[in-house]
Design a protein around this ligand. Structure first.
Ligand SMILES: [Zn+2]
Ligand SMILES: [Zn+2]
Length: 742
């Protein structure tokens, strides 16, 4: 049925839906999810169709101007998902759309890449060719080459092969002997790579059991619960994913695999592309390194149904696959699944909701599940599948705790390498085995202090100390990127008394090089790996044994598999433990477990040294004994006692302004209004200066709300905000289920 009217949401933040008329000529091509251009006030705007109507009561209704792109960009289920995200995360629908549709599709400014192809126009007789040889030998040469073709060839490729020029080609075309045609070619980010088809690996009993659970859920998703796949590092989760995807394809359905952005390595792509190599277009990859053109083509490959498996980071949860059968969220505990700008959605939670809407199976996999998912599993909202064995039959690494307090008593100040750890390193060097040293902090020294007046060099825009980077010979702010020269004397008191305090990966590298002058030491962090090539090269050299010791940040904590690494040193386990964040303990536990998983994945058992000033903290002790259940139990008790997630939802409101007084006043006014509007079922804190009080020149205040009924809470917050006029230079951000509490 052709619609007479449509309801749209415009790409701009106007917080409401508008009706337009559809001209007869366009009616055929308009439906839910179509992108259109409409007149809006005195200009044009892009919009998405959210409903088709027989009539509209709106006044002064105007017709749409044009249809953008090919076919609908959004399916009904995805639109339903968008509405859920808007309601849950307290966010206008047009903002949700910004994440749901890639910019290149929304704006439709980039289209297909067209290239010129050549083919013979008709059969060429030998006689004709002989004649041409006399008059125009070069044209004849080219024509001869073309007449031998089985299929059309790229003009550029033909000219390169024959060393002839474009003019000759055009002349043949003018004579009507050949045909030139522009055709769309696909920009495939992995088009120049060869993938060898791989066969299924044999599964052990635990894996087979897990696969059976997933297969059952794929076959009858109506009554299936989400599955939490809790498997220790190296337990072969990916193989289960691959075989489960094959099951989904066999049922004629499609699959999404979400992985954290940093885990989309060439190895990951190869694993998925390789398994389905017999049908090369089946796997599409979405990640942040794609060019706009590649993103355009991959998206269309998915939307048209040619690609049926999508591997991607956070926003791939919105991949426009039809007939979805399975969504996999690997490393579901990863906080990068949470988007830190509006819409502040969590891709794992969105995946579970999309699975419910599309009636498909969903698997959340992790070696260290989030407390939220684990709680859902033990309360039987989710099904739990457990893998306790490593596929190579390896033992879990031995964890040794090094008490830095004792090291300090021995007279060393803030040791980077304890005696025990450096002993272990030299032992590995002797045996020609490899070591990974982990520290979650970049730079050389973390602050520059005056020993005379105590003044630290703080960032002028943020309330943090500037970090000294030796290779740059400058101070830099890790939050806003501000850099400054290193002063010779204290700018506050004028004394020559500046000292460097604290340390980052750059200093660890320097110290290790000093201790072990013969070892090859490399560093891997955001400073040393500014080029993608550098990252690959370092990994390659480490894998082939050209590097003895790799020093790095969380960049090296995940998913890397190096059989010859038998030692992992965690330089300071306390860094994440003392953050003002109720998840600090959980993050430390996850980090220790993940980093430890890098050790001993070959034939030799690994060893992990954890350096800490708090050796008896539960996160460290439970991680040491690989005791997940024990850790979760005590952490859940703590969360329940304090009304923290997963027992209550949290909503964090940040009010900020370059003007401190206005930010504070606005936050206090907001708290008063919220008190009037929220029922007693919700807990509301006072407006407090944020732990990171100043960021990028803005003063920040926090309001923390908690409650059980999150949809209701979100709605009340939205209603309160809509009625409250804030000064122009005050910005308010609402974060539902926040992960960033600074
Ligand atoms: Zn001073
Ligand atoms: Zn700064």
């Amino acid at each position: 049925m052709k619609p007479s009217y449509i309801r749209v949401i415009i790409d701009r933040a106007i917080h409401r839906e508008l009706d337009y008329a559809v001209p007869e000529t366009l009616a055929e091509r308009v439906g839910i999810g179509t992108r259109v251009r409409v007149p809006f006030r005195d200009r044009s705007a892009l919009a998405t169709v959210v409903a088709t109507l027989d009539h509209s009561d709106a006044k002064g209704i105007r017709p749409i101007e044009a249809i953008i792109g090919e076919g609908p960009a959004l399916s009904g289920p995805l639109l339903e998902l968008a509405r859920w995200i808007g309601a849950y995360y307290c966010c206008p629908l047009e903002t949700v759309m910004r994440s749901l549709l890639p910019q290149v599709i929304r704006k439709a400014e980039i289209g297909w890449k067209k290239q010129l192809f050549v083919r013979p126009a008709r059969k060429i007789e030998d006689e004709e060719l002989d004649k041409l040889k006399k008059r125009a030998p070069r044209q004849a040469e080219l024509l001869e080459a073309i007449s031998k073709l089985d299929s059309p060839i790229l003009a550029s490729e033909l000219l390169r092969k024959t060393s002839l020029d474009n003019q000759t080609l055009r002349a043949l075309s003018k004579r009507g002997l050949i045909e030139l045609r522009e055709e769309a070619v696909e920009r495939d980010p992995h088009g120049d790579e060869q993938f060898l088809e791989t066969a299924n690996l044999e599964l052990n009993a635990e894996q087979a059991n897990a696969l059976e659970q997933v297969s059952n859920a794929v076959a009858s998703p109506e009554n299936a619960r989400p599955i939490l796949l809790h498997g220790v590092t190296g337990s072969g989760k990916t193989e289960i994913y691959l075989q489960a995807i094959a099951v989904a394809l066999k049922h004629g359905r499609s699959a999404i695999v979400l992985v954290p952005e940093k885990s989309i390595t060439p190895q990951t792509v190869e694993r998925f592309k390789g398994r389905f190599a017999s049908t090369p277009d089946t796997v599409a990859v979405l990640h942040s390194h794609l060019s706009q053109g590649e993103r355009h083509d991959e998206w269309h490959k998915i939307n048209s149904g040619r690609a049926r498996i999508v591997i991607g980071a956070r926003s791939a949860v919105f991949a426009p696959l039809k007939n979805l059968g399975l969504i996999i969220v690997d490393e579901e505990h990863e906080t990068t699944y949470k988007q830190e700008e509006a819409p502040r959605y969590h891709a794992r939670d969105v995946a579970v909701v999309r699975a419910k809407i599309e009636k498909c199976a969903v698997v959340l996999g992790s070696a260290t599940p989030s407390l939220e998912s684990y709680h859902n599993a033990i309360t039987e909202k989710y099904k739990l599948a457990t893998l306790t064995q490593r596929v190579d039959g390896q033992q879990m690494p031995l964890m040794r705790i090094v008490d830095l307090r004792q090291e300090r008593r021995k007279g060393k100040i803030a040791p980077i390498l304890s005696e025990k750890l450096s002993q272990a390193i030299s032992d590995r060097l002797e045996k020609r085995e490899q070591t990974i040293l982990f520290l979650n902090r970049r730079g050389f020294s973390t602050s520059l202090l005056c020993s005379n007046c105590g003044e630290a060099r703080d960032c002028p825009n943020c309330s943090v100390a500037l970090t000294f980077h030796r290779h740059l010979a400058r101070l830099s702010c890790h939050l806003c990127g501000h850099t400054a020269a290193v002063p010779k004397k204290c700018p506050a008191c004028g004394q020559d008394a500046l000292i460097y305090a604290g340390f980052g990966t750059e200093k660890v590298e320097a110290t290790v090089t000093q201790f072990f002058p013969k070892a090859v030491v490399r560093r891997m962090d955001a400073d040393s790996m500014t080029r993608k090539e550098a990252y690959r090269e370092t990994l390659r050299n480490f894998r082939t044994g050209k590097i003895d010791i790799l020093v790095g940040t969380q960049m090296i904590a995940k998913g890397l598999h190096f059989p010859n690494v038998t030692l992992v040193g965690i330089i300071n386990a306390d860094l994440s433990l003392h953050m003002p964040d109720f998840r600090a303990g959980e993050r430390t536990f996850q980090l220790l477990t993940q980093v430890a998983g890098r050790a001993g994945r070959g034939e030799r058992t690994g060893e992990v040294f954890v350096q800490t000033y708090t050796p008896f903290s539960p996160s460290i002790q439970f991680a040491r004994h690989h005791d997940f259940a024990g850790y979760f139990q005590q952490e859940l008790e703590f969360r329940e006692r304090c009304d923290f997630p997963p027992f209550k939802h949290a909503v964090l409101i940040t009010v900020r302004s370059a003007h401190e007084g206005r930010a504070k006043l606005s936050a206090e006014t907001l708290v008063r209004r919220l008190k009037e509007n929220l029922g007693a079922e919700f807990t509301l804190g006072d407006a407090m200066p944020a732990p990171l009080q100043k960021l990028q020149g803005q003063f920040r205040f926090h309001i923390l709300l908690r409650g059980g009924a999150i949809m209701r809470l979100s709605r009340l917050v939205r209603e309160t905000l809509d009625k409250l006029p804030f000064p122009e230079d005050v910005a308010v951000a609402v974060d539902v289920d926040p992960y960033q509490l600074l």
